[in-house]
Design a protein around this ligand. Structure first.
Ligand code: CTP
Ligand code: MG
Length: 226
C-alpha cells in the first residue's frame, strides 16, 4: 500500500498563549513542527507528507524540512477538520493516510509501525489510543461531582489516525457539510457508521496544548525512539 501522512499545522495555539503559533515554538534544537515532520519523514513506509498551513503562515518556509522531496504544503482552514480536508483533496485517493497533529512531536517509530500493522485487522481504519487510567467524574453545572463514569472501554484518542484516503475524504466532507461535531478523523468515520479500530499507543505521544506541556515534551523527545 502507498502510505502518506497528513499534518494539520494551521492552528494558532490559543491555549498556549504565546504570540508565535505553538508548532513553531523551539523544543531543544528545532521547533515542534520540525520534530514532528522528522518523525514522519524518517519512516521508510511513508512516501509523502502533506502539511496544512495557516493562510498567513510566515514560518514554515524557513524550516530545514520545507524543501524535503516528500513534503507538499496546502492552505488549511478555519477548523482542524477543514485543514485535514484541504490536505486530503491533494492526496492520492488510493493511498492510506496517517493524520497526525503537528503539536505531537514525540511520536515514536514503533507507534507508527503498530498502527500500520493494524491495516489487516481493521480494513476501515484505526487510531492510536490509550485506555483511560483515572477514575472519571461527570460534573454538575456548579462544578460538583454528579456521577462517576465507568472507565470500562473508555479510551483517550491520540494521533496518528489512519484511514483510506477516499473514504476519509468523502465521510469528512459529508460530516462537515451536515454540521456534525468533528474533533478528529475517527469521529467523521463514526458519523458515517463505520467502527474504526483502537490500537494501544504510547503514553508519551502527548499533544502540546498548554505551556506546561513543553517541559514534558522536552523530556519525552529524548526517549521517543527508545
Ligand atoms: N489545526 C489546524 N487547523 C486549524 C486548527 C488546528 O491545522 N484550523 C492543527 C493545529 O495546528 C494542531 C492540531 O490541529 O497541530 C491540533 O489542534 P490543537 O492542539 O487544538 O491546536 P490549535 O488549534 O492551534 O490550539 P488551540 O486550540 O489552543 O487554539
Ligand atoms: Mg484547536
Amino acid at each position: 500500500d502507498k502510505i502518506i501522512a497528513i499534518v494539520p499545522a494551521a492552528g494558532i495555539g490559543s491555549r498556549m498563549g504565546s504570540e508565535l503559533p505553538k508548532q513553531y515554538l523551539l523544543l531543544d534544537d528545532q521547533c515542534i513542527l520540525a520534530h514532528t515532520l522528522d518523525r514522519l519523514l524518517g519512516h521508510p513506509q511513508i512516501s509523502q507528507v502533506i502539511v496544512a498551513l495557516h493562510p498567513a503562515d510566515e514560518h514554515f518556509a524557513a524550516l530545514a524540512q520545507a524543501s524535503h522531496p516528500k513534503i507538499l504544503t496546502v492552505t488549511g482552514g478555519g477548523e482542524r477538520a477543514d485543514s485535514v480536508l484541504a490536505a486530503l483533496n491533494r492526496a492520492d485517493e488510493h493511498a492510506w493516510a496517517l493524520v497526525h497533529d503537528a503539536a505531537r512531536p514525540c511520536l515514536a517509530a514503533d507507534d507508527i509501525d503498530r498502527l500500520l500493522a493494524a491495516r489487516s485487522e481493521f480494513p476501515q481504519g484505526a487510531i492510536l489510543a490509550m485506555p483511560v487510567r483515572d477514575t472519571m467524574k461527570r460534573a454538575d453545572p456548579k462544578g460538583r461531582i454528579q456521577t462517576t463514569v465507568s472507565r470500562e472501554r473508555l479510551w483517550h484518542a491520540l494521533t496518528p489516525q489512519m484511514f483510506p484516503v477516499a473514504s476519509l475524504r468523502s465521510h469528512l466532507a459529508a460530516a462537515l457539510s451536515a454540521g456534525a461535531l468533528i474533533t478528529d478523523e475517527a469521529s467523521a468515520m463514526e458519523w458515517a457508521g463505520e467502527a474504526p479500530g483502537l490500537v494501544v499507543g504510547r503514553a508519551d505521544n502527548i499533544k502540546v496544548t498548554h505551556p506546561d506541556d513543553l517541559r514534558l515534551a522536552r523530556l519525552f523527545l529524548t526517549r521517543a525512539n527508545s
